[in-house]
Design a protein around this ligand. Structure first.
Ligand SMILES: [Zn+2]
Length: 59
């Protein structure tokens, strides 16, 4: 079952509690809102894109 509820991606830094929204951005701080399910990537991981590219190449 899939939910459209999203949560502010930086709520831990910006808010005292998770900010949930149906939008793609946080209504309070304007940051990206991400699916509230466990995130498939770490938004602070600057090398995620690079690593995914490597993964594709190694196949
Ligand atoms: Zn926010």
């Amino acid at each position: 079952m899939k939910s459209d509820i999203r949560v502010c991606s930086v709520w831990e830094e910006t808010h005292e509690r998770p900010i949930y929204t149906l939008s793609t951005t946080c209504p309070e701080c304007g940051a990206d809102a991400v699916n509230s399910a466990p995130a498939p990537f770490d938004p602070t991981d600057q090398y995620g894109e690079y690593r995914r590219a490597l993964k594709r190449r190694s196949r």
